[in-house]
Write a protein that binds this ligand. Structure first.
Ligand SMILES: Cc1ncc(COP(=O)(O)O)c(C=O)c1O
Length: 381
């Protein structure tokens, strides 16, 4: 085995969750998914695709109607013409991230990762033999909000191959604004640095239709890969379908990579994706209403607990908070699980500096959340 693979760290969330994953008494707030089953109009469309004989290999680019549908959807959403040759179908966000790493990273290439962040792209960098430069978000004590450390980014940008930014962010709920995106784009253009923009939560926003995206401001030749997924917005985590938006004239390369990774997501799943995009807007609205309600519950409880510092989560479906007196978040989450049967995710999963932080995924029913917070109260208050 390659040493790099043996040395890869597995997620601390998994370590804790594995100890109790089959325990029905545990309230699982540790993983990043809603408890909503994929709506039946999407599932029915997959059944129909099977009945209609869509059981064969697809092209490496993806089912043409799905590519075309995403090209139109994305063009409308970002008020830019995003042509079909810039859309690459992938097996969800994870596969898009791995292909991005395969496409860009040579051994010892450095990549800036803005943390805290869902760690999987960092592991992709390591698999390719690249090196991570973590640049943590800054938490303003005055406004209690997160922002980019532009000075640190500028100081490191000349030495790196790319910068990975996930906004709306897992775990913090931070959402980058257009001004920050313009600044990053300008710095990266000057230094010939790739932007890997993980925008899988772009529709999980509460005060607008879609989060600010690098696609709003970049042009088709910028060194930009935008990662997207059906997992979160259409409640399709188990389906493994996503897409990436790539620069002009790079499609052939990604088609090659796709062939040697998975040779395309399952054909019937891609057909269901067409339906999700064409008919899914009402579902997204309904889901955001539910999430917004759950978000208010999470904020209400957490901001009332005396040991908790909670920066305002503006988007996605997580709260990331600091707990007074905790110095080992893994131990804290394990003990909390044993004492309360509530499953939390330790902050150490999301980069350095998470030792006294905890993440909760609040994409659960109000009843379950109320129960969880009442169980957590004696520990956090
Ligand atoms: C920031 C971020 N990017 C990408 C993904 C990948 O999700 P999927 O592979 O299901 O699209 C996740 C999943 O939790 C995530 O939080």
């Amino acid at each position: 085995m390659r040493n790099i693979i043996e040395e890869l760290t597995t997620s601390p969330i998994r370590k804790i969750a594995n100890s109790a994953i089959d325990n029905k008494d545990v309230i699982p707030l540790w993983f990043g998914e809603t408890d909503i089953i994929t709506p039946s109009f999407i599932s029915d469309s997959m059944k129909l695709a099977l009945d209609n004989g869509h059981t064969f290999y697809t092209t490496n680019h993806g089912v043409p109607e799905l590519v075309e549908t995403l090209s139109q959807y994305s063009s409308n959403l970002h008020k830019k013409n995003i042509t079909h040759d810039r859309i690459m179908i992938t097996a969800a966000g994870m596969n898009a991230l791995m292909m991005s790493a395969e496409a860009l990273i040579n051994p010892n290439d450095k990549v800036i990762c803005i943390t805290p962040v869902w760690p999987n792209f960092m592991r992709c960098i390591e698999i390719m033999g690249g090196k991570i430069i973590e640049i943590p978000l800054i938490l303003s004590e005055i406004s209690n909000t997160w922002s980019l450390n532009m000075d640190d980014i500028k100081n490191n940008i000349a030495n790196v191959k790319g910068i990975y930014i996930n906004s709306p962010n897992n775990p913090t709920g931070w959402m980058m604004d257009t001004k920050e995106q313009l600044e990053i784009l300008e710095i990266c253009r000057k230094n010939n640095v790739w932007i890997i923009a993980d925008e899988v939560y772009e529709r999980v926003v509460y005060d607008r239709k879609v989060a600010p995206s690098f696609l709003d401001i970049a042009d088709e030749n910028d060194l930009l890969l935008v990662i997207n997924s059906f997992s979160k917005s259409w409640a399709m985590t188990g389906w493994r379908l996503g897409w990436m938006t790539i620069p002009r004239n790079t499609l052939a390369l990604f088609e090659k990579l796709n062939e040697f990774n998975i040779a395309s997501p399952a054909a019937p799943v891609q057909h269901a994706g067409i339906t999700a995009i064409k008919e899914g807007e009402d579902f997204i609205k309904e889901m955001i209403n539910k999430l917004s309600y759950s978000r208010n519950i999470a904020i209400k409880y957490l901001s009332s607990f005396s040991k908790v510092t909670l920066p305002e989560p503006t988007a996605a479906f997580y709260t990331f908070f600091k707990v007074d007196g905790v110095s080992n978040s893994e131990e804290f989450c394990m003990n909390t699980l044993l004492k309360t049967n509530v499953g939390l995710a330790p902050g150490t999963s999301f980069g350095q500096g998470g030792k006294n932080w905890v993440r909760i995924c609040y994409a659960k029913s109000p009843e379950l959340l109320e129960e969880a917070f009442n169980k957590l109260k004696p520990i956090l208050d």
